[in-house]
Design a protein around this ligand. Structure first.
Ligand code: KG4
Ligand code: ZN
Length: 335
């Protein structure tokens, strides 16, 4: 096998990112977060693709410079093909195709959700197959049975909102800016999680539903604010702590059920919401009780980043799994 030097690009949502991986080791991971969406309270697809166009060249240049390589050293170019926002994906896909064409090297397509799971192979300790990965992001909530780097099966998922969406929408109701997940996390650490009670939904099997708790929070706040105009300001920490604790309870209940059902002792967390400190702590506590080996990604690899795309691409490079120039973005790419 020739030396594996891959440039990887991620542009599925509102982070423009590029990474260089050499023989399976990440050399650079440059991420530019688009702050423009904050004032709109959510990602505006048209603005996202425009910002990707502005960021992609400098981000790729920084990734190459930081890795201390020359463009001509690159042996393949990888990109997120989907799922994600079409306009955003198109920027990364078109850039990767042109770059690969100019360099005369092959292209590697990567599934964004597979990459979140494979982020666990960037650093030690790496999980053993098979393991279960709870992937929690702004667009997805999935329980994945990971049999190998390419064989993954969704054994449970949300039937409505993703848990990241529940965090962000809940935060919006509390008057917090987008993305609200990290802020709920911050305030929750200062609050009392038993102060308020929200309903824990229980879907059949290993599936999730997060739309009920969102509505419950809305009605709860409407009622309380009617009694006291300053209710949210005065009780922000406790509301965040109680709301977050309920989301975590729902997530871990099904994870426990899945681990039992599939007799799995190796459990991993992935995706943007895996940065949540309350979730990480609760999972570690559960792992101790259940005697699981637990794998938590480094914070820089939780939210969207190209290092995870590079890692996933490295696995494909070793198997010569390339795609041709006819490839196009797939917003609803099958798992
Ligand atoms: O994986 P990601 O960067 O993008 C998607 O593919 O969706 O995940 C973004 C999501 C957002 O909903 C954001 O609020 C949430 O991850 N998030 C958090 C935290 N950090 C990011 N949610 C809760 N606590 C956090 N610390
Ligand atoms: Zn993601």
């Amino acid at each position: 096998m020739s030396e594996s030097i891959i440039l990887a690009i991620e542009s599925s949502c509102d982070e423009t990112s590029a990474s260089v991986i050499i023989n399976g080791k990440i050399q650079s991971n440059i991420v530019t977060t688009q702050l423009i969406h904050e004032r709109f309270g959510g990602v505006v697809p048209e603005l996202a693709s425009r910002a990707h166009q502005q960021h992609i060249v400098p981000v790729v240049e920084s990734a190459i410079n930081k890795a201390k390589i020359q463009k001509n050293d690159i042996k393949a170019v990888a990109f997120t093909r989907g799922p994600g926002l079409l306009g955003s994906l198109l920027v990364g896909t078109s850039f990767a195709k042109s770059f690969a064409l100019a360099l005369g090297v092959p292209l590697i397509e990567v599934h964004h959700m597979h990459a979140h799971v494979l982020a666990h192979f960037i650093d030690e300790p790496k999980p053993d197959f098979p393991f279960i990965c709870l992937t929690v992001s702004g667009g997805h909530t999935q329980l994945v049975l990971v049999k190998s780097d390419s064989q993954m099966e969704i054994i449970g998922e949300t039937k409505d909102d993703a848990v990241g969406e529940a965090f962000d929408k809940g935060a919006k109701m509390l008057g917090l800016p987008y993305p609200g997940g990290p802020l709920i996390d911050k305030y929750a650490a200062l609050g009392e999680q038993e102060k308020y009670t929200f309903p824990v939904s229980d879907m059949v099997g290993l599936n999730y539903s997060f739309s009920g708790i969102k509505t419950a929070l809305l009605y709860f706040l409407q009622e309380k604010v009617k009694e006291n105009n300053n209710f949210i300001d005065e009780n922000l920490n406790d509301i965040c702590a109680s709301f977050q604790a309920t989301l975590i309870k729902m997530l871990l209940q099904k994870l426990k059920k899945a681990a039992k059902q599939y007799k799995i002792k190796d459990v991993a967390l992935a995706g943007g919401v895996s940065a949540n400190k309350g979730l990480r702590k609760s999972l570690q506590e559960m792992a101790e009780k259940e005697r699981w080996n637990v794998y938590l990604p480094d914070f820089q690899y939780c939210t969207d980043n190209a290092a995870m795309i590079a890692m996933a691409a490295h696995f494909k490079f070793t198997k010569n799994e390339f795609v041709d120039q006819g490839v196009s973005a797939l917003p609803r790419m099958a798992f």
